[in-house]
Design a protein around this ligand. Structure first.
Ligand SMILES: O=C(COP(=O)(O)O)[C@H](O)[C@H](O)COP(=O)(O)O
Length: 333
């Protein structure tokens, strides 16, 4: 029986932080996972006697990161990009290939966010008000670029229960000098009359143009459409979910009920079921534009971009041959 290669502390702590949402948001998760793999590669290079052992250590690390949260496809796409470029005949070459891939991936993330910010900013006019939901660095990049273009932008920020990521958005918008009005989620429809755009990010975008984002996005989009407010989704292309090309659906994470209600209140109420889905799917017909680093797209045409980027299928390089005694046994999907 082969024993498992050691996993870096950086991988363990990054995985724990992603699961507990210390590290959160699709783009930030992708970057953290890539950085953790770089550390794993450096450590595995000193610990592995053979190239096969190195590859196994990397796959095992990838699998640990993959298993943290299921919905943001930026995470498997980060693993795909970095582990998919692992190559070489000896341990040093393998290590260097992973380090080069991580560095290229992180550069790409930075560039993609800046580029999509400029595309999104072109949709915003001087004096516009955006309504936001949750906290999206891609969405904020659009506002930041608009402000840099000298436009005066205001924001109505939904608090985003249960974890109030709207507070992070409000604080970062204030740092940009944007006027912010914070509202509870249920006040969104009332305040849509004051908004010129709904501006949200995405955790995953399906081949049919459906947008998976923080729970509450779909209701906001339906209300916005009814009010005639355009819905703009800011999402770099690592948010495109290649598995949906072959008919797979995106798994929606269900989180702990303790995020919704404390134990004492629950005991007072009596025997109830509490559900806490973290994300929902906004059908493409409610989305006006998906803003990416490659330009803006109507949701229906996102499939073409997805095919260009991924072909017809997506590899899962964190999955290797099943090995006895290992926790990296074959595909689960
Ligand atoms: O839904 C969320 C975050 O959910 P959670 O807080 O549960 O991770 C964000 O809108 C997207 O991840 C996009 O973020 P970004 O644009 O930064 O990738």
């Amino acid at each position: 029986m082969t024993s498992d290669p050691p996993r870096s502390d950086a991988v363990e702590s990054t995985a724990d932080d992603i699961a507990s949402m210390e590290i959160r948001g699709a783009a930030t998760i992708a970057r953290a996972a890539a950085d953790a793999l770089a550390t794993q590669a450096r450590e595995a290079a000193t610990e592995s006697a053979t190239p096969a052992e190195f590859e196994r250590a990397m796959r095992r690390a990838g699998r640990r990161l993959y298993d943290t949260r299921p919905t943001a496809v930026s995470l498997p796409n980060a693993l795909r990009y970095t582990l998919g470029r692992m190559e070489g005949d000896d341990v040093e070459a393998l290590r260097d290939s992973v380090l080069a891939a991580v560095s290229a991936f992180v550069d790409r993330l930075d560039r993609a966010q800046n580029d999509l910010g400029r595309v999104g900013a072109n949709r915003l006019r001087d004096g516009d008000t955006v309504m936001t939901h949750c906290h999206s660095t891609d969405a904020l990049a659009c506002v930041e670029a608009a402000v840099e273009q000298g436009k005066d932008i205001s924001a109505i920020v939904k608090e985003t229960r249960p974890r109030n990521q709207g507070h992070i958005t409000a604080s970062q918008l204030r740092e940009l000098g944007v006027d912010v009005t914070l509202v509870v989620d249920s006040a969104a429809r009332r305040y849509l009359d004051d908004a010129d755009h709904v501006l949200v990010g995405a955790d995953s975008i399906a081949a049919d143009g459906g947008v998976v984002n923080k729970i509450g996005t779909s209701g906001l989009a339906v209300n916005a459409r009814e009010r005639g407010v355009p819905i703009m989704v800011a999402a770099q292309t690592i948010k495109l979910h290649p598995d949906t090309l072959t008919g797979h659906t995106v798994e929606i994470e269900m989180r702990d009920e303790a995020e919704v209600i404390d134990e004492a209140s629950r005991a007072d109420i009596g025997d109830i079921t509490v559900e806490n889905p973290a994300f929902d799917v906004t059908p493409p017909r409610y989305v006006d534009a998906i803003v990416t680093e490659s330009g803006q797209f109507p949701p229906e045409s996102i499939v073409t971009l997805m095919r260009e980027l991924f072909g017809e299928s997506a590899d899962r390089p964190w999955e290797g041959p099943a090995e006895a005694g290992s926790d990296e046994s074959g595909p689960t999907a």
